[in-house]
Design a binder for this molecule. Sequence first.
Ligand code: NAP
Length: 305
Amino acid sequence: MPNRKVCIVGVGKIAVDQHVPAINDSPDWELAATVSRQGSVEGVPTFRDFDVMLSERPDIEVVSLCLPPQPRFQYARKALKAGRHVMLEKPPGQTLAEVHHLERLAEEAGVTLFATWHSRMGKGVAGAKAFLAGKEVVDGNISWKEDVRQWHPGQEWVFEPGGMGVFDPGINALSILTEILPKPVHVIRADLDYPEGRQTPIAARVEFTRGVGMELDWLQKGPPSWDMEIRTADGGHVVLRFGGNELWIDGEKKPVAEIEEYPALYARMAELVEQGRSDVDLSPMVHVSDAMTLGKRNVVESFAF
Ligand code: NAP
């Protein structure tokens, strides 16, 4: 496979924690540039202006957008119009229609658009999906609780319109749920807790069809819980822990895949570009949108980082 040149846009928490190491450890990829107003990666050319990078570096064929969702559409649009393949961090945009627009642009330009869901690459997810195939789901519980101050330190954008609040991590759970369930579910009720004066929820409880329920909380103290369990009509019981990375079936811990989430995303992107295909599944975002549309809004204590 050829060594593909990629440019990371938005050198912040996720770029530094995951994207840069995944690219550097892969023989298929070369981090050829970054675009960031303040950040940089040692030894890699930095551009402060995206348009300048696009015009000066026609050799870079892939752009990986690690920005928050609010500014992402404008960058993706420019990259696709400039004929570059694009990887979108999750969630793929602020709205569903934005991402449908990007899909059309990618198709017109004949390039790859990959709306990534890193939690779908959790090591136990494929095993859970295989176990549930053809089964009838009768009950499910999702518990996705973490400390926003640890995982989004000082990131005010998560509480701005389009930032999704606690659904920013919650959509990771939904990306797993929509991947492993044999038949889709939909939201039938939601309760959303908005801190006084904030634009997005800090906690939520969501009920889906087929007895599936989800609890999200961003004020968890101590270690996060990124867990889900599903029961089936034939007595089957599947548990995914640690964000989809540990798998238990009928009370027994099962072997899981070896590859980590972000190396798996870049391997998938290399494959998509090679095959001239896109991968854009918006089903996790549809659930968030529906929870926001149906959700009963409670105002809770104000929040500051
Ligand atoms: P972040 O650190 O707050 O932002 C990433 C970078 O984007 C910033 O360093 C900033 O770089 C640039 N940026 C921020 N606002 C911008 C704006 N309005 N216009 C242009 N550039 C802007 O966020 P993050 O935690 O890395 O999250 C980014 C995305 O990754 C989110 O969609 C998030 O859901 C996803 N993600 C995050 C995590 C996590 O643990 N935090 C995990 C998985 C996925 P410059 O100021 O230098 O331009």
